[in-house]
Design a binder for this molecule. Sequence first.
Ligand code: NAD
Length: 470
Amino acid sequence: MSTLAQFSMTIGGKSVASPTQFDVLDPATAQAVATAPMCTVDQLDEAMQSASAALPVWSADLDTRRAVLEEVATVLENAAEHLAAVLTAEQGKPLKQAKYEFTSSADWFRYYAKLAQETELLNDDATARVDGVRKPLGVVAAITPWNFPILLANWKLAPALAAGNTVVLKPSPFTPTATLALGELLRGILPAGVLNVISGDHDLGAAMTAHPAVRKISFTGSVATGHKVAASAAGDLKRTTLELGGNDPAIVLDDVEPDAIADKLFWGALMNCGQACSAIKRLYVPQNRVGAFFDALADRARSARVGVGTERSSQLGPINNAPQHERVVGLVADAVAHGARALSGSAPDSGYFHPVTVLQGVSEGVRIVDEEQFGPVIPVIGYTDAEDAMQRANSTSFGLSGSVWSADPERAAGLAQRLECGTAWVNSHLALAPHIPFGGAKHSGIGVENGPLGLNEFTRLQVIWRPGSA
Ligand code: NAD
């Protein structure tokens, strides 16, 4: 009998096991800590059928949905402490940050529980009265990555359910257990079939996107997988929202001292151990200040506390999984081979830990600058003038977010508007809120999450014409 923690899928409101399981590793040790069910083709069909069957009742009553979503928010807050341990065990992040995924999710549920969903009056005169009515799309396939498994799942669930859709949710095979636990937690609150949570490998994601019951795919993950999801969705014209990878630039103008902003830059890059789609991944500073910024960030890299997520003092955990760890190690080695100077802090010598590393002497044409690194590394890149910085910041197919830093916020805002990305911040990076839309430009995505626009992504518009008042 296995001593590993076990989790079940939620299909039709019931606990469902599978004939086969797969191991889930703790990235701090690279040892198995839990098992998750490997969803079969028949079980995927059952999940889709139960989501379809739950649609008519769930979509019919907005007031009930609002009340249920409020209840979900409360339950998430109450369970945050307990479930944070499950998330930390598979994801690696410090407990406090794992807990935040649950408490912040509650904010998203409360926001969408209250958000107005009114019919829009499009015309009202003697000729015609025309109303725009928002209708749910149907069954939503929600597919999530391993960096923020709970928060990103709930960015999808809250608006999808508020709009009257039902959902089949699949987490990453690297981090399935907290999401399965979320399904278990909500079994008694959401009516049977409204939320189905299944687990499996990448092929299960592909099978979901190809499934005929699905009318909407809400996907967060890499650009490479986004291409596959879009191609699969095209087969029967499913709607998609694609939240994909980023390679965010931060441009520091010539009027800011390194020590004034080094903490903010550091955490803008290192949040979640650099495993955030919209973390700073390229830092552009004036050429004559590269050394000063490198030193300021290197100081912080030396004192950053990288450790196991269950240790109270840990600020950063490990990289989540072996392939990603190998990738980051390879990108740093490649940068050094291209002449970069590297300064690394310390990290435990176990699992998939990687020290915080600051690089100097890299530029476009080196992989760590051109690709999405998704790890605890900050390349400090020199520029000649603001035009040079802007051109190089935009010279990428990524377009998720970016930031401009200056003592003069108006000057920075003028440049921020020229960044080719979905979100551009001034003197901050990574600010997010339930009511503010978030999405990518270029290859970083299609559509948005959050805010009223995020709700609309889970609806279709029906236009109703009536005779006018004449
Ligand atoms: P990934 O693309 O490898 O996997 C994401 C999810 O897709 C997983 O659940 C996976 O099992 C599933 N999947 C894999 N192949 C599939 C297929 N053919 N069809 C359908 N689903 C499939 O991404 P990852 O490595 O888990 O996550 C890291 C990536 O996610 C990074 O690129 C990061 O920038 C991106 N991300 C983007 C956002 C955003 O909001 N834009 C947020 C977080 C992460």
